[in-house]
Structure formats: C-alpha cells, structure tokens
Design a protein around this ligand. Structure first.
Ligand code: HEC
Length: 123
C-alpha cells in the first residue's frame, strides 16, 4: 500500500510538471530531434509496435497504427490526450508525462516511418 501511494504521488508530480511545461513552450519554436526520439518511443513500442496492433494485456483492444501519420496530427492527438480533450485512460497517462519537446520529437519520428521501417526498431 505504501508503495502504491508513493507511485501515485510520483505520477501526480510528473503529471503536473509536464502540464506546466506544455503551457510554457510553444511548439512552433521547437525543432524535432529524431535521435532523442529513439529513446522516448521505447514506451510506445509495447503497444504501437506490435504486428497486428492489438494489446494482449489487460484486455485486447485495437491499437491504431501511428507510423507514417502526419506529424502535426500526431502532435495534436498527443496534446489532446494529455489535456483530456481526447479520452483514453492509458494514452492520457502516457501523454501527460511528455514535454512539448518530447511530443515534437516523437511525432517527427513516427511521421518519418514508411512501410519498410521495421515494426519494432528496438529489437
Ligand atoms: C498501453 C498501450 C499503449 C501505449 C504504451 C501507448 N499507446 Fe498510444 N494508443 C493506444 C490505444 C489503445 C490508442 C487508441 C485510443 C483511442 O481509441 O483513442 C492509442 C492512440 C494513440 C494515438 C492516436 C492515433 C490516431 O490515429 O489518432 C497516438 C498519436 C498515440 N497513441 C501515440 C502514442 C505514443 C507516442 C506513445 C508513447 C509515448 C503511445 N501512444 C503509447 C495504446 C497505447
């Protein structure tokens, strides 16, 4: 129980700092860094990098393909999940931990993917 509360406090702290950084920075001023993105997408690959785009746990649901989508579309989707304008619990939890720079990097990384990009480049 104590561990659970610590985790909750940590999640809240992370969430609030990233909300502050979302407000402070302007996306237009940020340049995407594809190298930095490679580390950041490690947490997305578990769901968005599996061949038939379905999660197995905690339940099976469809996971959209994000590689090759327009960068601006991906940025907007992540910001909407972070703010809660677009509702999906797991994506909200993840998007809320990203900074504005993370979002720009990750969006550019996925937008640059093509049909021949390996599904899971980390493997
Ligand atoms: C636990 C599984 C899981 C993880 C981890 C995850 N996602 Fe998602 N993601 C989903 C699901 C499921 C949806 C569809 C949600 C919905 O219906 O709105 C989604 C939706 C999205 C969308 C919207 C796609 C569209 O077509 O509109 C984007 C963009 C996205 N995720 C990016 C990411 C990024 C970037 C990461 C890593 C930082 C990530 N996701 C991590 C499961 C996950």
């Amino acid at each position: 129980m104590k561990k659970f509360l610590t985790m909750m406090a940590l999640a809240l702290a992370l969430g609030s700092t990233s909300f502050m950084s979302l407000g402070a920075a302007h996306a237009a001023d940020l340049k995407p860094n594809l190298d930095a993105a490679k580390d950041k997408v490690a947490m997305c690959i578990g769901c968005h990098g599996i061949p038939d785009y379905r999660t197995a746990f905690p339940e099976v649901y469809h996971v959209p393909r994000i590689g090759g989508q327009n960068a601006k579309y991906l940025e907007n989707a992540l910001k909407e999940y972070a703010k809660g304008d677009r509702k999906f619990q797991t994506m909200h939890g993840i998007a809320a931990t990203l900074t504005e720079q993370d979002i720009v990097d990750i969006a550019a990384y996925y937008a640059a993917q093509t049909a021949s990009t390996p599904v899971n480049p980390q493997k």
